[in-house]
Design a binder for this molecule. Structure first.
Ligand SMILES: [Zn+2]
Length: 276
């Protein structure tokens, strides 16, 4: 069976269910709890961390085995050097190494050194999959000077990506995975009121993609974590959009199978791909 995966970063289960997004909510859907091993410390709290989670999704390996811990890498040698205490103490390390002329990049399959779903199922198409494809646009986006510039850039990239998806999906593949970052960017920048409109756009995008592939393709929609609208810190009412510790999944088939961990997807995707 052909397998289509639409990865929507940071898609919040509770909001999708509350708004009854009819294409995102397929025949089987649910929540996946994200355990502490997929988290990193953000302002003293363990928070689900995007690159760790997706690396486990595409390899089926727990974080301590795939070793992807960071969104940024400077290559293997410098990554190990920069953890040395003298360098660790330098605040704004990224700017410091930029001045040294070292430009960070997001990790890709060269850093992963593990078998991914794309290596096992052929032919496969991976579009902007974090931890697998080179992710040049993220480097550009992260240098945005204002929130407006950031969210505007993220939206523009989503529009461009839709075009790529609609082109690539018509080609030959047995596994197709498209990763969308805009849902996470919008979750950080918008309140739930405005975020709903982004989710509606995703709902429509999914309906369009599914129409192209047809009903005999297995369709998995999945996120790495959700988004909490706000959290008041120190009683001063500071608004913070922070990752919630549950992910979303939905399938266009009736099944009793429920993923309990991000590593559960790898063997299941292989199993679906082998089905006639
Ligand atoms: Zn994420």
């Amino acid at each position: 069976m052909k397998v289509l995966i639409i990865a929507l970063d940071g898609l919040e289960y509770d909001l999708v269910v509350k708004e009854r997004m009819r294409f995102l909510l397929q025949k089987t859907y649910g929540k996946i709890d994200i355990s502490p091993e997929y988290c990193t410390l953000v302002e003293g709290e363990l928070t689900p961390y995007t690159p760790i989670i997706w690396a486990s999704f595409i390899t089926g390996l727990p974080p301590h085995k795939h070793k992807i811990r960071d969104l940024w890498t400077y290559g293997k040698v410098f990554d190990s050097i920069k953890r040395f205490p003298p360098l660790r103490a330098i605040k704004g390390k990224r700017k410091f190494v930029w001045r040294l002329g070292l430009k960070p990049r997001t990790p890709n399959k060269r850093d992963l050194r593990a078998t991914t779903i794309f290596d096992v199922i052929e032919p496969s198409t991976a579009i902007d999959v974090i931890g697998y494809n080179p992710w040049g646009y993220m480097e550009k986006l992260s240098s945005s000077k204002t929130i407006d510039e950031y969210i505007h850039g993220a939206k523009k990239l989503f529009e461009l990506k839709k075009k790529v998806v609609f082109e690539e999906i018509k080609k030959n593949w047995n596994l197709f995975m498209a990763y969308i970052h805009f849902t996470d960017a919008a979750g950080h920048c918008y309140g739930f009121g405005r975020l709903k409109t982004v989710y509606r756009a995703m709902d429509y995008f999914v309906s369009e993609v599914k129409e192209i592939v047809g009903a005999d393709t297995l369709c998995l929609i999945v996120s790495d974590h959700g988004m909490e609208e706000e959290r008041t810190k120190d009683g001063r009412g500071t608004k913070l959009h922070i990752h919630s510790n549950h992910a979303f999944f939905s399938l266009n088939i009736e099944t009793d199978w429920r993923p309990e961990n991000m590593t559960d997807f790898f063997p299941k995707i292989l199993e679906w791909a082998e089905l006639n």
